[in-house]
Ligand binder design. Structure first.
Ligand code: GDP
Length: 506
């Protein structure tokens, strides 16, 4: 990897005069701005300016060329919309209504399946892509992984209920992410609809609606009767035109993984293309896995030949299960793809090993503490018979915190793993707490059993199975496996092992 003096100065955002002075101090003498530095020297110089050079970036050259300043040379692309709002205000109902008018459903007379996103074609010829996982968790978890997928948020507020806590939360998320909002005032068919109240409540929380002098559009809708739905779609398209959403359809492909699951035809993932056009035969990398795209399917399950910017599709051909939120990049060859994946895997392994070691040490420390506590308690009892225990001793015994039950969690898709994590996190009390050692998508591996065994914990398999050889290993290491595909039953099972932990050991 090489970089010119001029490029490095720009990359580090250092004025060229200061940059030249530093080069001389470092003994490089007078270098012209197109003098090419090797990565070692470039790294040294970067460090002088307090930058951490990242030299090993095998995937840098997978990225599309930087975008030109004038995006108008590229065609417009569909905006990507997320629906947010308070529970029961109608997010799912609105999505269902929109889904029925999806391109795929209309073309194929079919029913759209949930693949994570769908595209709606309007009469004007414009189209909108909706992410079809309502709620804030999906939006946040993508954002936490650095994926700014959403262009526009539709904030749903029920006209009969007005602004509620999760409405405020949604406003906060949209503002933090700097994503513009359109307000859909829903349930306008209801007799007690009070849209004016919604507007003034929103204004009190910093969302100024257009017709009362603000800059946020509000549309009156009903997910039940369909009232205002076209107007809502038009509002999205207009805003997208103002924001001038454009992309290069002929760059190398970039995008995100929206969802990932195992189906009868193998590992599939829904991708959302950000730039470029994805076609069967293309080689793509996401996280620590890659695919030679075998087929592309739309939300009606029909095969498509290409997927351009702003469009979602279900992709198969993955070597390993991709992870939702991961970035998607195109690779020129299989060799390049495996090279990038190998490098990422090495890094991931290193990180995971460090995490595992930490988790194991923590578990051991807890065990040790527990033993010491028991010994002290036993000693305390012995001395109790002779003299009364000192108050400090008692305090010490009580301060060692709740008991821990260690868990490794595996699930079929990232959504279900998240659901299990949320459920498990809500269990426990001041005396006993579940502690997650690791979680992930896929079947239980021998590694999962090893980890659980060290911590004397359990493995939870939600809607997934075990790799060959795992069950005997679990048995030999006395690791309990909890298999469930119903979340409340799983919660019951975890509750029962939590309370077992507290059962008197007489
Ligand atoms: P979510 O929790 O935001 O996804 O809300 P849902 O879409 O599940 O809707 C909650 C309830 O409100 C359901 O019983 C819907 O049938 C009802 N609902 C949603 N939209 C409307 C509407 O426009 N009018 C009326 N009358 N009911 C609605």
């Amino acid at each position: 990897e090489f970089i010119s003096v001029g490029q490095l100065a720009t990359a580090l955002n250092v004025p060229s005069r200061n940059f030249d002075r530093k080069l001389k101090q470092l003994g490089f003498g007078e270098l012209s701005h197109d003098h090419v530095l090797n990565s070692e020297n470039a790294g040294l110089i970067a460090m002088e300016f307090n930058f951490e050079p990242v030299v090993e970036s095998a995937d840098d050259d997978l990225r599309a060329a930087p975008l030109p300043e004038d995006m108008s040379v590229f065609p417009q692309r569909p905006p990507v919309v997320t629906i947010m709002g308070h529970v029961d205000h109608g997010k799912t109902t609105l999505l269902d209504f929109l889904r029925k008018s999806s391109v795929a459903a209309n073309e194929h007379g079919g029913i759209t399946q949930h693949i994570g996103a769908f595209n709606v074609l309007l009469e004007s010829g414009k189209s909108i892509t909706f992410l079809d996982t309502p709620g804030h968790a999906a939006f946040l978890s993508m954002r936490q992984r650095g994926a700014n997928v959403t262009d526009i948020v539709i904030l749903v507020v029920a006209a009969d209920d007005s602004v509620m806590p999760q409405t405020l939360e949604a406003i906060k998320h949209a503002k933090t992410a700097d994503v513009p909002m359109i307000v859909a005032i829903n349930k306008m068919d209801k007799a007690d609809a009070a849209p004016e109240r919604v507007k003034s409540d929103l204004a009190r929380h910093g969302v100024e609606i257009e017709d009362i002098g603000g800059d946020t559009q509000a549309v009156y809708v009903s997910g039940k009767t369909g009232l205002g739905m076209e107007e809502l779609e038009e509002a999205v398209v207009t805003l997208s035109e103002i924001l001038d959403h454009r992309a290069d359809p002929s760059s190398s492909v970039e995008g995100w993984i929206l969802e990932s699951s195992t189906k009868s035809n193998g590992r599939v993932a829904t991708v959302l293309v950000r730039s470029g056009t994805l076609r069967p035969g293309d080689i793509i990398v996401a996280g620590a896995t890659w695919a030679r795209v075998r087929t592309l399917k739309n939300e009606a399950g029909a095969l498509v030949e290409e997927v351009g910017p702003g469009m979602p599709a279900e992709v198969d051909g993955w070597r390993d299960q991709p992870v939702a939120g991961d970035e998607l990049l195109q690779a020129p060859t299989e060799q390049k793809a495996t090279e990038v994946v190998d490098l990422r895997l090495t890094k991931q392994e290193q990180l995971k090993m460090a995490e595992d070691t930490e988790a194991i040490n923590e578990a051991r420390r807890r065990e040790q503490e527990k033993r010491e506590k028991e010994e002290r308690a036993a000693k305390g009892q012995a001395t109790d018979q002779e003299a009364t225990q000192s108050p400090e001793d008692k305090a010490e015994v009580q301060s060692s915190g709740p008991e821990k039950v260690y868990l490794v969690i595996k699930g079929d898709v990232s959504g279900s793993v998240e659901a299990v994590l949320n459920t498990v996190a809500s269990l426990g009390n001041s005396e006993v707490q579940p502690e997650i050692l690791r979680s992930g998508v896929g079947p239980i591996s021998q590694n999962d059993i090893d980890l659980a065994a060290v911590a004397q914990g359990y493995v939870i398999a939600f809607n997934t199975t075990a790799e060959p050889g795992v069950r005997p290993l679990a048995e030999s290491k006395s690791v309990g496996i909890i298999e469930q595909n119903i979340i409340y039953r799983l919660a019951d099972a975890v509750k029962s092992i939590l309370s077992d932990k507290l059962a008197p050991t007489v």
